[in-house]
Design a binder for this molecule. Structure first.
Ligand SMILES: NC(=O)c1ccc[n+]([C@@H]2O[C@H](COP(=O)([O-])OP(=O)(O)OC[C@H]3O[C@@H](n4cnc5c(N)ncnc54)[C@H](OP(=O)(O)O)[C@@H]3O)[C@@H](O)[C@H]2O)c1
Length: 254
């Protein structure tokens, strides 16, 4: 049943965290779920001047925080970590209290996906991480970069085969996260990784914010094709929130 709620009618009002928690926390944490979170302009761009930040506002930030807070692991493509300047993954104090009360670690684990391993081991993402990050890569990744990252992260080979050789196989990532006791996965993009997840039919839920702007330009769609094959995955609308002219939706696997 779709829930359609106008929570805070004044434009720019943040959504109240308690009201959001009840709508985004998984009912059963043991049931594996891979969620993807994106924001896009009304005309379909995933970026404003090369980053997603310019599209957002307080309501989107509130949902972004909640989604992190209720997840076990945040999965990100290296391109997004580089473009958005990812630092250490932490949640707000309120969400940390909620997590501890649920018996969860204070903060989720960060997991990155990269073939090149062009990631700075001295950066805050690693150096200030609460939990040792995971880095999924391929056997052909540069050995020197692998060695440097292995000091600050757990580097895991999850290379694809055949056409997908040289790329990380998302199904292997999913399996490895489950094995490590991390069933609630939040993927924060980017478009290349999302395309791979769609192709592998691993997406259980898309949380999509529609930002009230027309962007024009050549910004990417939220999903880039993994291969030439076009796939068709049905979704159902599970939740629609409105904050001013910003729409925040949850779409689940049909
Ligand atoms: N609107 C939004 O909500 C949103 C969300 C996220 C990102 N973005 C934007 O999207 C842009 C980045 O796009 P993108 O397509 O480059 O993002 P991306 O998917 O995060 O990054 C692509 C890179 O991530 C790694 N990667 C992803 N999937 C891989 C796989 N299956 N196997 C191996 N490596 C994989 C590779 O890194 P290596 O090059 O290291 O091998 C690849 O070059 C940025 O401008 C960012 O701001 C927008």
């Amino acid at each position: 049943m779709t829930e359609i709620v106008e929570l805070f009618p004044e434009p720019g009002d943040p959504l109240e965290p308690g009201a959001l928690l009840s709508r985004y926390a998984p009912a059963d944490r043991s049931e594996p779920r891979l969620r993807v979170n994106f924001i896009q302009s009304v005309d379909g761009s995933a970026t404003l001047e090369g980053r997603s930040g310019g599209l957002g506002g307080p309501a989107d930030k509130a949902v972004f925080d909640i989604l992190r807070g209720v997840s076990d692991v945040v999965l990100v493509g290296a391109g997004t970590a580089r473009a958005e300047g990812y630092g250490a993954l932490t949640v707000t104090d309120d969400l940390m209290d909620w997590r501890l009360a649920q018996g969860l670690p204070a903060h989720p684990t960060m997991a990155l996906v990269s073939s090149s391993l062009d990631l700075d081991p001295a950066g805050d993402l690693f150096a200030k991480a609460f939990t040792r990050p995971l880095v999924f890569t391929v056997p052909s990744a540069p050995q020197d970069a692998r060695g440097r990252l292995a000091v600050v992260a757990t580097v895991i080979d999850a290379g694809g085969t055949g056409d997908a050789e040289g790329r990380v196989d998302p199904a292997l990532v999913r399996r490895e996260l489950l094995t490590r006791g991390l069933p609630q996965v939040l993927c924060e993009g980017g478009p290349r990784l999302f395309g791979d997840l769609i192709a592998a039919d691993l997406v259980d839920e898309l949380c999509l914010t529609l930002s009230p702007v027309l962007e024009g330009g050549a910004g990417p769609r939220i999903a880039l094709p993994a291969r030439d094959a076009v796939v068709h995955r049905g979704l159902e609308l599970a939740l629609l929130l409105r904050s001013g002219s910003m729409l925040l939706s949850r779409w689940t696997r049909a």
